[in-house]
Ligand binder design. Sequence first.
Ligand SMILES: [Zn+2]
Length: 120
Amino acid sequence: MRFQCHVGHGWSWDALLTHKSDQLEAAVWAASRLFVERAILQRQIASRLQRANGDPAQAGQLDALSQIDERKSRELQEMLGELALVASEQQAGLAPARERSVAYERQLSPVSRKESSNAD
Ligand SMILES: [Zn+2]
């Protein structure tokens, strides 16, 4: 079973699945970091607003939003832990399948084998 990326590189299904899992992990990590950054920004704005016009309601609202963002960031960190667990289980499950896949690709033509070494 072979897949192609947009460029036309050939992928074995298990290499493509691992690649996709890595991308997913990076995306969740980036989202978690963005929540932290927005929380910090909201807190800074709240503090400046309080000093500038002394509106405690608006500052309090931003402070509450930053707490929500911090909670969202922690939830995403927990998700990263779950993703790592699933990935290690998948690796264990894929190992026998990968051996079968390698054995199968040895039977293919030299051209096909050359393509299978391509990666993004
Ligand atoms: Zn590619």
